[in-house]
Design a protein around this ligand. Structure first.
Ligand SMILES: Cc1ncc(COP(=O)(O)O)c(C=O)c1O
Length: 378
């Protein structure tokens, strides 16, 4: 059993789109399929504007560069959670115009607004918050802080397609959001991404920036890169987009099966997101099913027992921030206790639109026997 499964289009839906691109002999450079998909994005994300991009990492980097102008002489501090995938942090660490300020999370993996407020200095220019596992972070608290301190509020929304905060779609939140449409995400273009924003000027700037900075026939006014999405991946996205609501509903059902077997201390050493983040304003997309595992029996023992029973899991996001020497300049050994603990305890169980109740039963049966020796095999 794999930890996730990509949402695939039917061949009947995909083939005519691909065939059209081949007949037109137009396979990249803002072709009609990429433009069509981009036109669908504002409604899909709940945003006023959206720019379609080649992946979520490019989306984060272009969003930061456009929204947080800075120089190497006066680097801008950007507050980020110490619990994310490295793509959230890499530009901030690698580009001398930026300085990451890592702050701690709550037990529920989401950025801690009090830690954000405490980390603000005169050089802070932006908050780049993450909605981990499709769990929206505390948007009201972060907006309040951003407004009081005149900071940009940016989101890494890589995990968040289809989630909602107080009924609002995630693309409606903050100054801008960066999305990933990687194959492991709820909506995918195989590899792909976007930036959504309410700001038409940012939208226009990003449209230029993804195409080397140029608009044909006009003088170049921004530096850019090549972050365009090609026609083949746009076809995949168009053929899959309509399937997403049913896929999220199927994931919700899987999460419910897990919750009824695991939440509320039924496995005494395991806590689910339902135990940790049961707030009504938050409607996750069930992109992941993270759990926290106590030191006894320990995450590695649990992952090994599941693997022996044919169940793959992932310790996502892992311990990279604390183990890699690359991040040492910004991380002190006595800091960020919650994120360090999450890095030791978190395991993502299988969840996707094709899992059955029998599959969930199997995972939960293995979990219930981890302490007691005999392993269930399949
Ligand atoms: C939180 C987060 N941000 C950013 C990214 C990068 O997205 P992409 O793989 O599309 O570049 C990922 C990828 O999984 C992610 O998990």
């Amino acid at each position: 059993m794999t930890v996730t499964a990509p949402l695939l289009p039917s061949w009947e839906a995909l083939a005519p789109l691909l065939q059209g691109a081949l007949e037109r002999r137009w396979i990249t450079n803002q072709g009609s399929l990429a433009r069509r998909l981009e036109d669908e994005l504002p409604a899909a994300l709940g945003a006023a504007h959206a720019v379609l991009l080649t992946n979520g990492t490019a989306a984060i980097e272009l969003m930061l560069k456009a929204m947080v102008p800075a120089t190497a002489e006066q680097p801008a501090q950007v507050i980020v959670p110490a619990w994310s995938f490295v793509a959230t942090w890499n530009l901030l660490c690698d580009d001398p115009r930026y300085e990451p300020v890592f702050v701690d999370i709550g037990e529920d993996w989401r950025i801690d607004p009090d830690a954000v407020e405490a980390a603000i200095t005169p050089r802070t220019k932006a908050i780049l918050a993450v909605h981990p596992y499709g769990l929206p972070c505390d948007h009201d608290a972060l907006t309040n802080i951003a407004l009081r301190h005149d900071l940009r509020l940016l989101y890494d929304a890589a995990h968040t397609f289809g989630a909602r905060w107080r009924g609002h779609p995630m693309g409606a939140l903050g100054d801008a959001s960066a999305w990933s449409f990687h194959a492991t995400k709820v909506f995918s273009t195989v590899e792909g991404g976007a930036v959504s924003t309410p700001d038409p000027a940012l939208h226009e700037r990003l449209r230029r920036a993804r195409n080397f900075g140029i608009v044909p026939g006009e003088d170049q006014v921004v530096f850019g890169t090549n972050a365009k999405l090609d026609e083949l991946r746009a076809a995949f996205g168009l053929a899959v987009l309509g399937l997403v609501p049913d896929a999220i509903a199927a994931r919700r059902q899987v999460a419910h099966w897990y919750d009824t077997r695991l939440a509320g201390g039924q496995v005494p050493w395991l806590r689910t997101a339902r135990d940790l983040v049961d707030t009504p304003e938050l409607q996750p997309n069930h992109g992941y099913y993270p759990v926290r595992i106590a030191a006894d029996p320990g995450r590695e023992a649990v992952a090994a027992a599941l693997l022996a029973a044919g169940v793959h899991t992932r310790p996502y996001f892992g311990e990279t921030l604390f183990r890699s020497t690359l991040y040492r300049p910004w991380i002190r050994p006595d800091e960020l206790p919650q994120a360090r603990q999450a890095a030791r305890e978190t395991l993502c169980l299988p969840i996707h639109h094709l899992l059955t109740e029998d599959d969930v039963d199997h995972v939960c049966t293995v979990l219930s026997t981890v302490d007691h020796g005999p392993r269930v095999s399949r």
